[in-house]
Design a protein around this ligand. Sequence first.
Ligand SMILES: Nc1ncnc2c1ncn2[C@@H]1O[C@H](COP(=O)(O)OP(=O)(O)OP(=O)(O)O)[C@@H](O)[C@H]1O
Ligand SMILES: [Mg+2]
Length: 371
Amino acid sequence: MDREPGLSVRLKLTLSYAGFLMLAGGLLLAVVWVFLLRYVPEVIHQPEPPGTWRPGPSVPDRAALEEAFVPKAGLAMACLLVFGLAGGWLLAGSMLAPLTRITHATRLAAEGSLSHRIRLEGRADEFRELADAFDTMLARLEAHDAEQQRFAANASHELRTPLAITQTLLDVARNDADRDADELVERLHFVNSRAIDLTEALLVLSRANQRTFSREPVDLSLAAEEAAETLLPLAEKHGLTIETSGDVSPTTGSHALLLQMTTNLVHNAIVHNLPDQGTVWVTTGVDARKAVLTVENTGAKLTPKLVSTFTEPFQRGTRRVRTDHAGVGLGLAIVKSIVQAHDGTLTLTPRADGGLRITVRLPLAPPHPGK
Ligand SMILES: Nc1ncnc2c1ncn2[C@@H]1O[C@H](COP(=O)(O)OP(=O)(O)OP(=O)(O)O)[C@@H](O)[C@H]1O
Ligand SMILES: [Mg+2]
């Protein structure tokens, strides 16, 4: 923003400091003056001492006092003014020095350099608190920026993969006219569906991040039942059972997004389970004034370190990619975004016997006005 040039804060502080000093000095001198007046009569009539030849009074009266006092008082005020201006200028300069550094850092950040930190040394005061808060904000912004760049790079890479495969398939078909066309179509269809899945996942992610959805009462237990029912055929195909239990779990939010969240969790619990004879437990309820959804599954043993990377976009925990499910690696990133958009928390805990337990806690819906 362009502003009209004005007085600097340093000058304003200096002037107010000097002004106060002058005021205090003036008041002090006025008090001294009043005090003196009370003890000095207006005119003194003194008999001439015997033996003096000089006429006139030699004891001071008010006029003489004024004559002596006023120039001295003026001098004192002038000294105070010089002292106030010089002292105020130096004092204001040293007080405002941290602000110069904070402004410098703000300018750098505005130009796009987020790696700079103010790191104001010394004990805590208002300026240091401001600088520390600013440093924290810069660190957050820098991390966020790096995350966004990583995300964009990963997304581009992931989107390029199906396109590159399609290109190869088409090249092969062009060079070899005798190839089975059905097989080619089948493979192209598969690759294309994966690209669509990926793009749709990216769209859901951005919708959850925007927080622009409308909010309505949602019961997580109903969403859990719906997700389990939809995914039952997949569970049967993998030879595992889904056990759904629990009470109503009312919260507020987007029904579509919360259903997507539950579906992603149950889907993961199925496809990342044991190859055979696995179990998925889906539980809902209310705990500590939160609506809670827990999805737990048997599976391979996991370390807490590995589990902590699962919610990052495009992270696929284990490298053994199964042919029937090679996920895009966005399922849990979407879950995390949806949970955050609903002001909830997401906890991932590896189970002692292998597999994973994921708990989602969302704000409890306020009780119905009618109840
Ligand atoms: N319930 C689970 N049990 C064990 N491992 C899991 C579970 N859920 C997720 N994971 C691990 O976390 C990784 C990331 O999961 P995420 O859902 O984000 O991606 P994905 O399932 O690989 O792909 P998609 O985007 O298609 O869901 C998975 O690759 C898997 O290794
Ligand atoms: Mg998944």
